[in-house]
Write a protein that binds this ligand. Structure first.
Ligand SMILES: [Zn+2]
Length: 587
């Protein structure tokens, strides 16, 4: 096999800190243009590119001393271009567009600075909706570097108080690695390598368990005890690592990881510039099955064929191998993995590997397509798969779906079976297993085994189980009596009927005097689907309830004057089952 690449970039151990950083900043981002947005030193609870379920972490999580309401400042001159309020994700978030082509994002905030807060509230009352997504003209809220824009919080998908801070390319909207912009972050600790994983590239990644090899550590240098002997000529490498910075116990991730064989580079990953449209390829970048089954993040130093996240691979050997190692002899080869963090601290793993088998001409032909396996009728195995090429689809009397080959990352034997269910309105259909990821949504239609009365036709739920937990979403009636929902997990599906409204629990007693309270709150959740809409009416007028997870609250404002009031709070699930709670109180 010819080596088709050149070594474009080589890290020379540098003397000064600044020099080291410049070496890493291959994109030439402006240095020291952006300020630390907080008044306290930067300690990270998370950094760019960390593996999270379904996405790469897109910014840095700056710790806020364990508390909320730290003043948050504009990192540079610019204008507020967007404010978004959502129950999950970033919670309350501000976007600032800067004249140098970058946009900064500040997320999980509590309140905004007074003028901004007042404007957002007026828009929420105008739209009668808390979850607004507002765009602004440059003249509306211009900001100066260091100007306070908000207070930090814990809103949205956040489990502890912190500030999520991003720097994006305004044009592509891709989040960039904020640590490449010279923010004052001190990190002298090299990444820690926990395990090396070895994959047989002649098998589907979903039809094997990697060989996990623990490493022994000496400073920032790691080795394996013995020479590794493999029984195949194509080998993939994975790594499980952690990184820490000075002054924080939280784990962060590396910046680059490079794989060498006999001192020639085979693959290099660089965690920077990952767009929202491609972040779900994390499910192909990591060993998804090991994550699902063993809760371990193994980052792969080869690119699965269905992984379209191409540009994080600075280097890959031959396009056919995409970073996997190809052995043409039974000699012992030196393998080196070099892992660099955002501040150019390096850890190196060196070990020796020998392929104890004869070289096969083209091992990739072994993997010839997704094969179909009907567990109810084993003799049907492979027939459909062969007819349908790389797509996986089904269209019988009970189940209909089509998963395109470009929604999958690697080939595998698709397993299907159905079991009779006499309690629910359809049988249960097993569409393979939850440990194989699907990149995007596909339509799944199931036919109930009874004719539903008219009044239940909009109360159908597509239920899902991954074998551990159940989940559900509303299914819509379509032509021919099918019920359809858009899904993106493999596992077991069936139909159920949901006529139960969400529960609503009041956190205050009926008839109470709430003059000392600053808010009214309810807890609401739905057993089968989710709380899709909610509404609070005070004496018949809409008031601004916020949602954070299962908490729904209204903070007293000028819309609730002193005196006696009647509040009606309504919550509806995805099938329009509605619960109404009436609260009388005095303020
Ligand atoms: Zn974050």
């Amino acid at each position: 096999m010819k080596k088709l690449f050149v070594v474009l970039f080589y890290l020379v151990p540098a003397i000064s800190f600044a020099q080291k950083e410049n070496k890493l900043n291959v994109h030439n981002y402006p240095q020291n243009y952006f300020l630390n947005p907080l008044d306290i030193p930067i300690y990270l609870a998370g950094n760019f590119g960390e593996c999270r379920p379904g996405h790469f972490h897109s910014g840095i999580d700056i710790k806020t001393e364990g508390k909320e309401n730290q003043p948050v400042h504009a990192a540079a001159d610019g204008y507020i271009s967007r404010i978004k309020m959502e129950k999950g994700g970033f919670g309350h978030a501000i976007y600032i567009t800067h004249p140098n082509g970058y946009t900064t994002l500040y997320a999980h905030l509590n309140k905004f600075a007074p003028a901004i807060q007042k404007y957002v509230r007026s828009k929420q009352y105008e739209k009668e909706n808390w979850a607004v997504d507002l765009q602004f003209e440059p003249s509306q809220f211009p900001v100066k570097k260091g100007q306070q824009i908000a207070w930090s919080g814990n809103t949205g998908a956040s489990t502890a108080p912190h500030l999520h801070f991003e720097i994006r390319n305004s044009q592509t909207e891709h989040p960039l690695n904020p640590e490449m912009f010279g923010l004052p972050i001190i990190d002298m600790k090299a990444p820690i390598v926990n395990d090396i994983a070895i994959y047989d590239m002649e098998k589907s990644i979903y039809e094997q368990d990697p060989r996990i090899l623990p490493v022994s550590k000496k400073g920032n240098y790691y080795t394996l005890k013995d020479t590794v002997s493999v029984a195949n000529t194509n080998v993939g490498m994975g790594i499980n690592t952690d990184d820490y910075m000075d002054g924080s116990d939280n784990t962060i991730t590396f910046y680059t990881a490079a794989l060498y064989m006999d001192d020639s580079i085979q693959a290099e990953v660089r965690l920077d510039d990952i767009g929202y449209d491609e972040t779900r390829y994390i499910n192909a970048y990591v060993d998804y099955k090991s994550r699902e089954q063993k809760k371990i993040w193994l980052q792969l130093l080869f690119r699965l064929s269905g992984n379209n996240l191409a540009h994080i691979y600075e280097q890959l050997n031959d396009p056919a191998y995409r970073g996997s190692l190809h052995f043409q002899d039974k000699k012992t080869h030196k393998i080196k993995i070099e892992i660099t963090d955002d501040k150019a601290n390096v850890s190196t793993v060196v070990f020796y590997l020998r392929a104890n088998t004869e070289h096969k001409e083209d091992p990739f032909t072994i993997n010839e397509g997704h094969k179909w396996q009907d567990n109810n009728e084993p003799d049907k195995m492979n027939r459909r798969g062969a007819a349908l090429g790389d797509n996986i689809s089904m269209d019988n009397e009970d189940v209909k779906f089509n998963i395109n080959s470009n929604q999958l990352y690697d080939k595998f034997h698709f397993e299907y079976s159905h079991t009779t269910d006499t309690i629910n309105i359809s049988d249960r259909y097993m569409l393979h297993h939850s440990y194989v990821p699907v990149h995007s949504y596909f339509d799944l239609s199931i036919k109930p085994h009874i004719v539903l009365p008219f009044e239940l036709r909009d109360k159908v739920v597509m239920k899902y189980s991954d074998g551990k937990e159940e989940d559900g979403k509303a299914a819509k009636l379509s032509d021919g009596g099918w019920y359809k929902a858009s899904v993106r997990n493999l596992g077991t599906y069936w139909l159920a009927v949901d006529t139960t409204a969400p529960i609503v629990k009041s956190m205050q007693k009926n008839g109470n005097n709430l003059s000392k309270a600053n808010r009214i709150s309810f807890i609401s959740k739905d057993a089968m689907t989710s709380v899709r809409t909610f509404r609070g009416l005070l004496d018949g007028k809409w008031i601004c309830f916020e949602q954070h997870g299962e908490d729904f609250f209204y903070e007293f404002d000028e819309h609730c004057p002193k005196g006696k009031h009647t509040l009606v709070f309504k919550a509806s699930d995805e099938n329009n089952n509605t619960r109404t709670f009436t609260l009388n109180f005095t303020r």
